[in-house]
Design a protein around this ligand. Structure first.
Ligand SMILES: [Zn+2]
Length: 377
């Protein structure tokens, strides 16, 4: 028996190795951003996700570390909690880089200060308990959103300097953030709610390992390098089944989940099987080792076909173009094998949540690149 594997057989092997275990529904209790966690101090984020006007509690003890200590060039935006009196409005509008208000009272329910820039900003700091909106187009040198602060961008912002997101950044549907400045996610990608377009570079936090599971900015990461514990996983996330259900409905295609959750034991048996048949070296090129399959996360699924030609089908094209709108990405894109370690898998989707999936999609990067993993090695 020769060990030479033709391309066609290779694909077939990949297919069967991707596993065909039935997905088990439910049981996985992840949140919107897929595997994000709240327990760690490093990743913890506020989870308020509704509108800026209603979500901020003015906690007096602010324990978070400051994103940037030098605020000398920044305007501190804060208004006292006068309930929409005219007098406070005058201070909530800025032209140029003048400070908006120096009030530091943190008593209040948050008002939203809408900034209407006449000229470029030198900088903005959105402090704890404050909600700030930018409605018009602007260029900005530096933006700091402190923990507990909310910045809603409704216009087009050219980032000339960096933007630090420790609080919440909301990018509205028709809004855009672009430019040479870098958006630094301090804690979690959950802190960005992106419905618009972000083309500025995004800098992810360092990977954090908790109970044997690696997260980068709240995104659960499994690849050739990062693995999961044997005991991790309990089924396919409802988020995935729901996303696929929605895609099926909106696209009209059948979009069957042909492989969803795969346990460590299943992957172990599969990998051992290939090792027995082709030797370990070959098996490694074909199959994820146990603990390294993204299917164990419960956040990945193979859709309809496990042949590369799926990419050329109408359904495959639709999936590639639209899945981010449902919170998913094509996890192993074309031309990224050197980085992901996997061949192009147009069928394999990974759930990230709508906002993060959009950020990854718009970046044109694979997940490893988006999270700047090789820059850290
Ligand atoms: Zn797969």
């Amino acid at each position: 028996m020769k060990k030479i594997i033709s391309a066609a057989v290779f694909v077939a092997l990949m297919s069967s190795l991707c596993g065909c275990s039935e997905q088990t529904a439910g049981g996985f209790n992840d949140d919107e951003s897929s595997g994000s966690i709240e327990s760690s101090g490093q990743i913890a984020s506020t989870t308020s996700s509704s509108s800026a006007q209603s979500t901020i509690s003015s906690s007096s003890a602010e324990s978070s570390s400051q994103v940037a200590s030098s605020q000398s060039s920044s305007s501190v935006i804060s208004t006292a909690s006068s309930s929409s009196t005219e007098s406070s409005k005058s201070s909530s509008k800025v032209a140029s880089s003048a400070p908006i208000s120096k009030t530091s009272s943190s008593t209040s329910k948050p008002n939203v200060d809408y900034i209407t820039p006449g000229e470029d900003f030198d900088g903005i700091t959105v402090s704890n308990g404050k909600a700030v909106g930018i409605n018009e187009n602007a260029a900005c040198n530096e933006i700091i959103i402190e923990k507990g602060g909310v910045l809603t961008v409704n216009g087009k912002i050219e980032l000339l300097g960096d933007l630090y997101v420790e609080g919440k950044l909301e990018v509205s549907e028709n809004a855009e953030i672009y430019g040479d400045g870098v958006i630094h996610v301090v804690n979690s990608f959950d802190d960005i709610d992106c419905k618009g377009t972000v083309t500025a570079k995004i800098d992810a936090p360092e990977p954090v390992e908790i109970d044997g599971v690696t997260y980068v900015g709240g995104i659960l990461l499994v690849n050739k390098e990062y693995s999961l514990p044997k005991t991790y996983g309990s089924g396919l996330s409802d988020k995935v089944t729901e996303a696929v259900r929605e895609m099926r409905k909106d696209s009209g295609f059948s979009m069957q989940i042909i492989s969803g959750y795969r346990s460590y034991a299943t992957q172990q048996a599969t990998f051992a099987n290939w090792c027995a048949r082709y030797g370990e070296a070959t098996a490694r090129t074909l199959s994820a080792e146990p603990g390294h399959s993204e299917h164990q996360t419960g956040l990945a699924a193979d859709i309809t076909s496990i042949y590369t030609v799926y990419a050329d089908t109408e359904e495959g094209k639709w999936l590639a173009e639209n899945c981010y709108k449902y919170g998913c990405i094509i996890r192993y894109p074309k031309g990224k094998t050197d980085i992901t370690g996997y061949i192009y898998e147009p069928w394999h989707i990974r759930y990230l949540g709508k906002s993060t999936a959009k950020l990854v999609h718009d970046s044109g990067l694979c997940l490893e690149e988006f999270l700047q993993l090789d820059a850290r090695e």
